[in-house]
Ligand binder design. Structure first.
Ligand code: ATP
Length: 345
């Protein structure tokens, strides 16, 4: 088996379970983002892959070889962790050469490798600069270059861009993604920022409370969220809960005929704001009557808040498709069946 496999991985601290049983396969060359709110276990998972912590249960395999108990320094993984900051008293070149030096790489080869890595992160010619002379973004690129010395098999990063301002951060997300594509190196990044994950990842692993909720492509977690946590955490959504009877979901305000409903009992659906159709006529198939409470024109799109049987629904439209409605107006909110996702919980 080629790639990284986590088999039944569990991490407990005393009676507290930081990571519940996790099975995950990451094929070679994938860019993976571990995404979730603070304390959900992202760092715990990454540290076990890095070899900085050992799992309470389970196995970690790389290309079929069991590495569960292999010490971190023997794994040859590149790491950008907050705890592995640059050495402030060394130059840029000395920082990048550090892992090469401790592996006994010759001085001449160190110099060549430093130049190659600096070119890779698009900072050529700064080897002799002091780290303190660099901006935050440049420092982060140097940390990335240092982690990529010795051509690691896996590249692991814990919130690598969190200290950067919004604009630089967005630019670095694209840069990091392009760099990873060029190198084809399997990469795992911890982030709590869903836009960041959607920008960079081939595979988004959404976590909450020590559990993997869904592992899928960015578009899949957006379009087909597994449960209400994922639906709510990724972008904006409308969640509706109701009772199933006769193939329809009875919610406050009406009944919705939808595919994929369970035969009976309670069910929750998610429908994205841009999928809703707002009509001036309240009656119609799969329409819920409501009253427009607020219209927000954001230039690139229009957002409508609609009170449906006491619950707020959000609809988003492009300026071209803007519904001709005003606050206070009675409208029909259409939920197209194909856009409604029946959630697991
Ligand atoms: P953040 O985004 O805030 O870094 P995270 O998702 O990376 O969060 P983890 O650092 O993996 O979260 O922590 C998961 C849970 O495990 C937290 O509740 C944390 O308090 C707990 N935890 C982590 N390390 C230890 C430890 N050494 N001893 C006890 N509890 C720990």
């Amino acid at each position: 088996m080629s790639g990284l496999a986590l088999d039944g991985l569990v991490k407990r601290y005393g009676s507290f379970t930081a990571l519940q049983r996790t099975d995950l396969t990451i094929p070679h060359g994938q860019f993976v983002c571990l995404l979730g709110p603070s304390g959900c276990g992202k760092t715990t998972l990454l540290r076990m892959v890095a070899g900085l912590d050992s799992p309470t249960e389970g196995r970690i395999r790389l290309d079929g070889t069991d590495i569960t108990h292999k010490p971190a320094h023997q794994r040859n993984f590149g790491m950008v962790f907050q705890s592995l900051a640059l050495f402030p008293h060394l130059t840029v070149g000395e920082n990048i050469a550090y892992p090469l030096r401790i592996r006994g790489v010759s001085k001449a080869d160190q110099g060549r490798e430093v130049e190659r890595l600096l070119a890779l992160v698009r900072l050529p010619g700064v080897a002799d600069r002091a780290v303190s002379q660099l901006s935050g973004g440049q420092r982060q690129r140097i940390a990335i270059a240092r982690a990529l010395a010795l051509s690691p098999k896996l590249f692991l990063l814990d919130e690598p861009l969190s200290a950067l301002d919004a604009k630089l951060r967005e630019a670095m997300q694209i840069e990091l993604k392009l760099l990873q594509e060029r190198l084809g190196i399997t990469t795992i990044v911890v982030t709590h920022d869903q836009r960041e994950a959607m920008t960079m990842a081939d595979l988004v692993v959404v976590m909450s409370q020590g559990r993997v909720r869904q592992a899928a492509s960015p578009i899949e977690v957006y379009r087909r969220p597994a449960d209400s946590f994922v639906a709510d955490f990724i972008g904006m959504t409308n969640l509706l809960r109701g009772h199933v009877s006769g193939g329809a979901l009875a919610v406050e305000g009406g009944a919705l005929a939808l595919p994929g409903l369970p035969p009976s009992g309670e069910a929750t659906i998610s429908v994205r704001p841009e999928e809703l159709r707002v009509h001036r006529d309240a009656a119609g198939p799969n329409r819920l009557p409501g009253t427009v409470s607020f219209v927000r024109d954001l230039g690139s799109h229009v957002e409508l808040r609609i009170d449906v049987a006491g619950r707020e629904m959000i609809a988003v439209a492009t300026p071209q498709d803007r519904p001709d409605v005003e606050p206070g107006q009675l409208v029909g909110v259409e939920l197209p069946p194909a856009s409604c996702v029946v959630l697991e919980s």
